[in-house]
Design a protein around this ligand. Sequence first.
Ligand code: ADP
Ligand code: ADP
Length: 224
Amino acid sequence: SPAVEILHLSYTYPTGQVALRDICLRIPVGEHVALVGPNGAGKSTLLLHLNGLLTGQGEVRIFGVPLSPATVRQIRSQVGLVFQSPDDQLFCPTVFEDVAYAPIYAGLSPAEVEARVRAALAVVGMSAHAERSPFHLSLGEQKRVALATVLVMQPAILALDEPTAGLDPRGRRELMALLRTLPQTLLLATHDLDLVRLICPRTVVLERGEIVADGPTEHVLSDP
Ligand code: ADP
Ligand code: ADP
């Protein structure tokens, strides 16, 4: 089965704002897909459906398994969602504790937690900062720690919302180099077209909740 299959998904917020209209999308295992489009197009709303944080009409399947109340727990362990703002993911006194939070909550042994946290911090280049407060880090460092809080659960699929937004040139370059090395299936919502060209062979364009283009990045992004 594909990693992600979205079938005729529509979503309207309780305010009446229509955010997704009849979305169909299939992402094979290991593919890196960019999701682009103007503010308000529905990118974040779509990502929130991948692990059941929002539930619209239609179907979302992860590795062939339809998302439902019965499967949402298992599917959350397979789909790691990184929000645009690290504030939504960092809340502990130290970086180590923030990254350890999910594996402790999942009931892993202290030795396993320790090993996984060290490994995740190494992947994002933050090993030297384990004992620091996440609130005293730069935004780029916070974003990398937020990514580590998700990588530590070893999800097969990563959904990233604006990973480079707000970063200075150096932080952005570091994050781009890091994202490039990730082997997971990746769905990346972004306005950063350099990032898209660097790591996503395929691009999906959303406008007003609808997919208006889906194809090889060089074709989709060269259209006037
Ligand atoms: P994008 O991520 O592409 O900027 P969003 O998914 O955030 O788009 O938003 C899609 C549409 O849904 C927009 O019209 C936005 O204003 C609306 N929207 C987003 N979040 C909410 C919310 N919590 N309540 C009501 N409307 C929302
Ligand atoms: P993004 O482009 O990353 O989706 P937005 O500016 O659309 O960011 O949304 C930022 C936050 O505001 C999100 O938490 C979203 O759910 C919320 N939001 C967006 N539009 C609305 C809206 N019309 N009503 C209520 N909340 C909204």
